[in-house]
Design a protein around this ligand. Sequence first.
Ligand code: GGG
Length: 357
Amino acid sequence: MTKKVAVLPGDGVGKEVTKGAIDVLNAIGQRFNHQFEFSYGLIGGAAIDTEGVPLPESTVAVCKEADAVLLGAVGGPKWDAVPTQLRPERGLLAIRKELDLYANLRPVTYYDSLADSSPLKKEYIQDVDFIIVRELTGGLYFGKPSERRTNGSEEVVVDTLYYKREEIERIIRQAFETAKVRRQKVTSVDKANVLESSRLWREIAEEVSKDYPEIELEHMLVDSAAMQLIRNPKHFDVVVTENMFGDILSDEASMLAGSLGMLPSASLTLNGPSLYEPVHGSAPDIAGQNKANPIAAILSAAMMLRHSFGLEEEAKAVEQAVEHVLNAGHRTADLANGSHYLSTEKMVEAIVDTIAD
Ligand code: GGG
């Protein structure tokens, strides 16, 4: 099988971790006799520096010609003074909109050998296994108006939480479809005691659930969900929520897995290429130091094999190789608790060698 992968390394550690994911895809190609062809595009600060915009048209074209997209990370203090509409993060939002990547799947998996890396006690986190299904192309991050104004002598700001019914329905349907092949439970997270958008969200969740009688649906307010994720994370199977709540809750949930460097994601569309990226950002404090954890990017590549190419055995081979190296005691700096750690490249090498064995 030959597949075209568009690679958007972005900024900071994005470049280092995407390189690791490509090495792993090539190792999978060798072992299972597939060919991955890589083409490259600029996004984020790297694109601002050379093209003056965070998402050049040439990058969109590279993505649309590919079977899937692998993205690193965007952002960094270098672009802090850039106007909001031109910030590196705008590139991320724009590519999501361009490719209609409405469903962001963020699995949170517990690795037994990483129990000591989490600030939480092993008894709370052991066997945690849930997935956050985050709506990715609507809500506060996209609603208009989003601006600063002066109202007489007052400076005011406005952001708009806007959703169409069909946007809510399709993400909730995705959550139920995801739950079908898991433990058959959906937790719909909202703020229905305050927000009108959440009241509609809840109504639609109830409507969609009628098509899935075998699946349990519960509603949870986002503040309560933030607490329950720490208090009783094993309670969750599939968590579905709007864009900003999902962004915040998944960073919180990463602590259950030991580090943000462990969380992969898939951003799925119904038509065209889907996109795969680590949940973490560009980590400017360690960029260029060969110190970043490449596992989130590598596990994102595994999600690409599964969701875009239907290569389940290959995806499992990557996930098993990651588990194997962690069980063997290999750690990057974020997981090492101050003791000896591997560089990004050495961690990639350990995973590639395991796949090749
Ligand atoms: N790899 C993900 C990344 O670069 N994250 C930075 C960021 O600004 N994320 C916001 C979001 O995911 O909505």
